[in-house]
Design a protein around this ligand. Sequence first.
Ligand code: CIR
Length: 265
Amino acid sequence: MKSERSFRFTHAISRLPGNSVAKGIRVSGKSDPDPEVFSKQHKSYIQALATAGVEPIVLPKLEEFPDSVFVEDAALCFDGSVVLLRPGAESRFGEAAALEPHLQETFDSVIKFQGTGRVDGGDILLTDSHALIGLSERTDIDGINGIKSALEAHGYGIRIVKTPAGVLHFKSDCGLLDSKTIFSTKRLASSGCFDGYTVIEVPDLEEAAANLIRVNDYVILRSGFPKSTALLEQRGYETITVGVDEAAKIDGGLSCLSLRFTLNQ
Ligand code: CIR
């Protein structure tokens, strides 16, 4: 197992939001995101990734898929490899196929999904040693079986966990801080799914800050959550904050806006 493979990255793929992002799926009655503001926030997000030391690869917008800006749900990158996923929402079925040619250009090989299950990247938290995969409205056991052998071939232990009820994705409620430490909401941490890891709990009323990303020496988190930012700084993490309020209107967070990975150079 390569240490720090869960957060040392050289590249990141993201996709520009189209005007159709205003029609993105959401569970609640939140207002439509404004595509122009979304684009500005997306630009700042890419800038934050670059500051953290990765080379951004930005794909063109795809109007036919309103949620395609959330690239993380359609593929899983790990240890220099990539596997295509099968997103769980009907309107998102075609996103993996749309991503495939770009992944073919970037990676030596693209691993196909096995079977007919469903799995969204937002339900998969990779640490150095494990893939923690949350069963959710979008991810089922057949979906997990469809990617299991690819992950096991790279030495990941599979830990099947539960995304809390009413929460879209497992990672809506947590994010990796380092090889042994996870930032998690109390409701998720109390399930015991992080046994063996150190958990830093998200401060009360800041649950929406849980979905952060560790990229090289930085933790990138959502702006507007001062208690979380201060807590992480206090614990020695260097933070970058980014506004993703428009993505949040359609249940998106920070992790889902990019695929982060390492290419041998
Ligand atoms: C969806 O419901 O699929 C999108 N509106 C949001 C996806 C967010 N993805 C993620 O958290 N991994």
